[in-house]
Ligand binder design. Structure first.
Ligand code: ADP
Ligand code: GLC
Length: 493
């Protein structure tokens, strides 16, 4: 290893399949935007790389630096690398262009069906990210890969003959943002990874006859992290391991949990250009204006009843079925509900149907809308997040920052970021939300009823809201923990 690899500051290449505002389907995109900025603020040279999707806004495409070739799955494939920057910063973002794979309407799927060539697409991306960036003449000290889409990169770096020789031996950190999405494909497609056949065994990428791409990251990264301390424990248990707990336990000593942060430059109710009135912990008046505006925009009666919001991918893991199954009971309470989300078509249908039945109580918006999401956080009194599983969750942090008291299930990062309104926590001024334990309709309804009681008690409501708004989820601390991880990966490859 060259002396330069130990140099301070570090050169870090960050691979992600989505980065806000280039492309976003969930929290990974936000983390891929804000963590690199925080690391840059610590003095490191951080560069990002992602696929050049057709949906990336034209003004973010930057300029083309050059072309390259990779050999994968028996084919010589060409690609191009573009250079852009993260808006509002100088952080370079490399975009890997290949029309065949990325010039499509969706990132991972169309019409609810994953693209059938996703293994090929992301194997290509993982190898091309290394090749394309190496060709620009810049080489990182450490490479940070995120989720299954980039999990082949650590394997390429350690065992593949196809990787650019200049990159070989560069240590990697692999972050699991969500263990549910493992990148599983039929075993017959293994050749598309370009990895040697000997890796198609249960010790490496094979999983009951299938290819499991996530396993490549777990097997070959120098260090593994996930996005909250609680989730780091959960994924090593049979209940939370989604079939990979045993495999993860083999690397237990190298796994850590680092809680995500949020970017307060984007998410600050005192300055947010996307909301109709501004407010802060010290002056909450603007929040009522945001609530009235949201009620009006949504077509809900503008009255003084608690407004419960939910901004979410509409999938089973987010506990959306618990919310739907609770609706008939909740409709008997004095409240309003609003849901913004997209996802599973059956959950979408059931929500839309419930809203048609009681339009004055429930409004459902089935689209992806960044501005409206901000208006939800600002306008709602409570934020619902009944997740069955939640590696970290950013939405509860945004809602805390915007004074929408979160009602969450005790799991993963929700357990690490919301403190229940128990009598003791309330007395100590520590309570920030309502937390329930079991993923059951009765428990969720009970939690909503506790929230209703809080609403009826303005002093308690004010204290909770203020305590939540005082929380600090900035990247300051977590980015230092990543820095430590990079140095560990460098010191002990
Ligand atoms: P996940 O990544 O599992 O979806 P997170 O809580 O980490 O969960 O991040 C979700 C992010 O996606 C938040 O920024 C949230 O506001 C945003 N989001 C989810 N659905 C929508 C939507 N329909 N419109 C706008 N933003 C959304
Ligand atoms: C994943 C998780 C979410 C987490 C996000 C960012 O999408 O589902 O809980 O906040 O990644 O790490």
């Amino acid at each position: 290893m060259s002396a330069q690899r130990h140099a301070d500051p570090l050169k870090i290449l960050f691979l992600a399949s989505e980065i806000a505002p280039f492309a976003k389907t969930g929290g990974l995109a936000d983390v891929a935007n804000s963590l690199p900025k925080a690391l840059t603020a610590l003095g490191h040279d951080v560069r990002l790389v992602m696929p050049c999707y057709a949906s990336i806004p034209k003004n973010l495409l930057g300029k083309r630096l050059g072309t390259f070739m990779v050999y994968l799955g028996g084919n010589h494939l060409s690609g191009a690398v573009r250079l852009s920057t993260l808006p509002g910063s100088r952080v370079p973002v490399y975009l890997i262009e290949q029309g065949l794979y990325f010039a499509r309407s969706g990132l991972y799927q169309a019409g609810g069906r994953p693209y059938s060539d996703n293994l090929e697409r992301f194997a290509f991306f993982s190898l091309s990210a290394l090749e394309g960036v190496a060709q620009t003449g810049w080489l990182p000290d450490v490479i940070h890969c995120n989720d299954w889409h980039t999990a082949l990169a650590p394997a390429f770096l350690k065992v593949s003959q196809r990787v650019n020789p200049a990159c070989r031996g560069i240590p990697t950190v692999f972050t699991i943002h969500n263990l549910i999405y493992q990148g599983r494909f039929p075993g017959a497609q293994f050749y598309q990874t370009g990895l040697p056949e000997r890796l198609f065994t249960p010790d490496y990428l094979e999983y009951y006859g299938d290819v499991n791409v996530m396993k490549a990251g777990i097997a070959f990264a120098n260090r593994i992290s996930t996005v909250s301390p609680q989730y780091a424990e959960e994924i090593q248990t049979p209940e939370g391991g989604w079939g990979l707990d045993g495999y993860l336990r083999t690397r237990s000593a190298d796994i850590s949990g680092i809680l995500n942060g949020i970017d307060y430059a984007e998410w600050n109710p005192a300055e947010d250009p996307l909301i109709p009135a501004h407010f802060s912990r010290k002056n909450l008046r603007g929040k009522s204006r945001c609530k009235s505006a949201l009620q009006t925009d949504l077509g809900l009666p503008d009255k003084n009843v608690p407004l419960f919001g939910c901004v979410s991918r509409l999938v089973y893991e987010k506990g959306i079925d618990l919310l739907i199954d609770s609706l008939e009971t909740l409709f008997r309470e004095e409240l309003q509900l609003a849901v913004l989300g997209t996802g599973d078509s059956e959950l979408e249908r059931r929500l839309a149907e419930a809203s048609q039945r009681r339009p004055e109580l429930l409004k459902v918006i089935l689209r992806y809308d960044e501005a409206l999401a901000h208006q939800f956080y600002a306008g709602c009194d409570f934020f619902l997040m009944p997740s069955r599983s939640e590696p970290c969750g950013l939405s509860q942090m945004y809602s805390l920052a915007y004074g929408a008291i979160p009602v969450v299930r005790y799991t993963g990062g929700l357990a690490n970021s919301v403190r229940d309104a128990t009598a003791r926590n309330l007395t100590d001024g520590k309570a920030t939300g309502v937390v329930f334990r079991e993923p059951a309709v009765e428990d969720f309804v009970h939690a909503v009823r506790r929230a209703l009681e809080i609403y009826q008690d303005p002093e308690r409501r004010r204290r909770l809201r203020k305590a939540g708004m005082a929380e600090d989820f900035s990247w300051e601390r977590s980015s230092r923990e990543y820095e430590r991880l990079y140095r560990e990966a460098l010191a002990k490859p």
